[in-house]
Design a binder for this molecule. Structure first.
Ligand SMILES: [Fe+2]
Length: 299
C-alpha cells in the first residue's frame, strides 16, 4: 500500500453481540453508569458523553465482543473511500447503520474479520455529564490476531496509526492521537476475537469510585490495581456478565508532541525520554507494581 493513509483521529465505538441484551444493558447502565441513548429489542446504544454512542449492544445467538469498531476520521468520507480503494481495500458507503451515525464507510478488518466503521462525526447524544462512576471515555480495545506484523502494517499504512510500543514479538500497541494506544493486538494461534476493552477514569479517585461501585454490585476484580509499564496506566480488570474482559484505567501515557517523539515525562517512567520501544516480555511490562495476571503471560 503506497497511498496516503486515512486520518483516523479517535476511537468512537465498539459493538458487543449478546444473547441477553437486557442483562448487558443493565451492566452498562447500573454498574458502569453509562447513559442509555436509544434502544430496541435488537439493539441498544450507550454513551459516556457527547457522542451518540460509544458502546452498541446487538442481539445475537452467542456473546461476541468487538464485532465492530467505529473510528472517527479527520477528513471527508469521499476522499477516505477513494484512497482506501487505491490501497486495494474494499469499502461500502452506508447511510442505514443506525442512529447517531448517518454516514459511514464500512470495511472489514484484515486477519480478524471484524467490521470497521469510519465516520466524520456522530449526532450529539444530548446526555448531561455526570460525576459518578461513569467512565470519562472509551479508551481502547484489544484483540487477538494471527499476525501482529500484519495488523500493524494495516493500521499504519491504511488507517494512519502510529506504533506506540510492543511487548516481545507478540503484543503491539497502536495510537491514532496523543493517547498511548487506541488499539492493541496480541498474537495467538489459539484465541481469536476481543482480548479486552478499556474505559478511562478521570483520575485515581474516580477509579476508586468505579471499583467501589463494582464491588457493591457484586463484581470482583480478577487483576489489579496495578501499573502496566507499557503505557504506564494504572489498571484494573473484571468480567462483564458475558465474560468479556473489562479494564478500568487511568494515567495512560500521552504523546503531546509528535515532533519530539516521546511520551510526556512522568515520575514513574523507567527512563527518559520514554520513546516507543519493544519491551521484554516479563513481569515489569505487565505490572510494575507486582503480580502477573492469574492466567500468566499466556496468549
Ligand atoms: Fe488495556
Amino acid at each position: 500500500m503506497n497511498s496516503t493513509p486515512v486520518r483516523v483521529s479517535r476511537l468512537g465505538y465498539v459493538n458487543f453481540e449478546t444473547p441477553d441484551v437486557q442483562r448487558l444493558t443493565e451492566y452498562y447502565t447500573k454498574v458502569l453508569g453509562f447513559a442509555l441513548v436509544d434502544e430496541s429489542p435488537q439493539q441498544v446504544f450507550l454513551t459516556t458523553g457527547n457522542d451518540h454512542h460509544c458502546v452498541v449492544i446487538d442481539k445475537a445467538e452467542a456473546a461476541r465482543g468487538r464485532s465492530v469498531v467505529g473510528y472517527e476520521i479527520q477528513e471527508d468520507l469521499d476522499s477516505a473511500q477513494r484512497r482506501l480503494k487505491e490501497a486495494g481495500l474494499a469499502t461500502e458507503r452506508r447511510t442505514d447503520i443506525g442512529p447517531g451515525t448517518p454516514d459511514v464507510l464500512v470495511l472489514t478488518e484484515p486477519e480478524t474479520g471484524a467490521g470497521l466503521h469510519l465516520y466524520e462525526s456522530q449526532t450529539p447524544s444530548g446526555v448531561t455529564a455526570t460525576f459518578d462512576q461513569r467512565p470519562s471515555k472509551l479508551g481502547h480495545v484489544a484483540a487477538y490476531t494471527p499476525s501482529t506484523d500484519g495488523m500493524r502494517t494495516f493500521y499504519e499504512s491504511a488507517m494512519g496509526f502510529r506504533w506506540a510500543d510492543s511487548i516481545g514479538d507478540f503484543f503491539v500497541f497502536l495510537r491514532c492521537n496523543a493517547d498511548h494506544h487506541a488499539a492493541n493486538f496480541m498474537q495467538s494461534d489459539t484465541y481469536q476475537g476481543m482480548h479486552h476493552i478499556a474505559y478511562e477514569a478521570r483520575d485515581l479517585n474516580h477509579l476508586q469510585i468505579m471499583i467501589d461501585n463494582l464491588a457493591r454490585q457484586g463484581y470482583r476484580l480478577y487483576w489489579g490495581p496495578g501499573r502496566h509499564a507499557v503505557g504506564h496506566n494504572i489498571f484494573t480488570y473484571h468480567e462483564d456478565p458475558d465474560g468479556n474482559h473489562i479494564e478500568l484505567f487511568t494515567q495512560l501515557d500521552v504523546m503531546l508532541d509528535e515532533e519530539k517523539g516521546y511520551y510526556e515525562p512522568r515520575p514513574w517512567h523507567e527512563h527518559f525520554p520514554m520513546k516507543p520501544t519493544t519491551w521484554e516480555a516479563d513481569a515489569l511490562a505487565m505490572n510494575a507494581w507486582g503480580p502477573l495476571p492469574p492466567h500468566g503471560l499466556k496468549r
